[in-house]
Design a protein around this ligand. Sequence first.
Ligand SMILES: *[C@@H]1O[C@H](CO)[C@@H](O)[C@H](O)[C@H]1NC(C)=O
Ligand SMILES: *[C@@H]1O[C@H](CO)[C@@H](O)[C@H](O)[C@H]1NC(C)=O
Ligand SMILES: *[C@@H]1O[C@H](CO)[C@@H](O)[C@H](O)[C@H]1NC(C)=O
Ligand SMILES: *[C@@H]1O[C@H](CO)[C@@H](O)[C@H](O)[C@H]1NC(C)=O
Length: 305
Amino acid sequence: MSKLFHTVYLLIIFSACLTPLNNANSCRSYCGNITIDYPFALQHGCGHPGFRDLLFCINDVLMLHISSGSYKVLNIDYAYQALTLHDPHISTCDTIVLGNKGNGFALEPWRAPYMNPAPDNVFMLIGCSPRSPLFQGFPGKHLPCRNVSGMSCEEYYGCPAWDGLGHNKWAREEFFGSGPPECCAVPYETIKGINLTKLECEGYSSAYSVAPLRVDGPSEWSYGIRVRYSLQGNDEFCGACEATGGTCGYGEDAIRQVCMCGKVNSSSNCDSVGFSSGTRPMAMKVSAVAGLLTYMLLWITINQI
Ligand SMILES: *[C@@H]1O[C@H](CO)[C@@H](O)[C@H](O)[C@H]1NC(C)=O
Ligand SMILES: *[C@@H]1O[C@H](CO)[C@@H](O)[C@H](O)[C@H]1NC(C)=O
Ligand SMILES: *[C@@H]1O[C@H](CO)[C@@H](O)[C@H](O)[C@H]1NC(C)=O
Ligand SMILES: *[C@@H]1O[C@H](CO)[C@@H](O)[C@H](O)[C@H]1NC(C)=O
């Protein structure tokens, strides 16, 4: 009799401890060697709704798709909340790509609260028409062109890419007499949308400085687009969801956040889902400990009889 008790109780306790946690973040995934985690996701319904339909994994290459085009994602920095993007038609220190081939950077308006190019990312617009909106509405010699985080066109002109372009220093310095500058550096905030067609520019370069590193010349700059993302507030919903063993996602309306608790979805967190679902790690630990205590009590009682 007592032996049967032992066996049955041990079996119950072990099965409770060993039950796989079927909600052990089913949304986390990988693309190549990049981890895709909240607020991003590759599956619909996973992650934060502000980043839905954004990332795609194609042959182990992570791609980001927004209204201005597709970019390769080189890195996701979750601690600093930044993404590093690459556009094959971006001009660098070695090559200048003209012919309005580049994507630039423009977002769907609803995404703007969630992600934007970093303030220390410089966009250098190349070969813009004198009729460009860039040069309109700025009285006197007040152009929007300026240094961004110590990166400027002045320095960029020193790159080998400019050598074969017949770049004319005098035209640049006297641009109000002889046309606009060949390159105009701006931070994203002043233009809000780098659309080469709309700005009537031939090409662009983009570079960022990884603070606090100060690099010497334009040959040392990191070329690419550095984007900061934000969750608008401290995202208490997902914090509470994950703290109770859930995985964060969003509902069919693509607005409402959803906490996925195993087989059940909750509109708050997994503590509000009935104990009976039995998939929560905390609930399992509690029942395992309770089981063990009951077992010990019974064992002592039986042995005393
Ligand atoms: C990922 O792989 C690429 C080459 O395949 C490498 O350049 C990069 O440093 C790797 N990134 C990480 C975070 O390991
Ligand atoms: C829970 O929500 C996710 C994401 O929207 C969805 O894919 C899944 O089907 C939902 N599950 C249930 C049981 O409603
Ligand atoms: C860029 O500007 C052109 C011309 O104004 C417009 O037709 C196009 O839709 C814009 N592209 C994006 C991605 O906003
Ligand atoms: C931009 O920075 C360079 C070097 O840091 C400096 O020589 C130049 O005067 C600055 N230009 C403007 C417009 O601030």
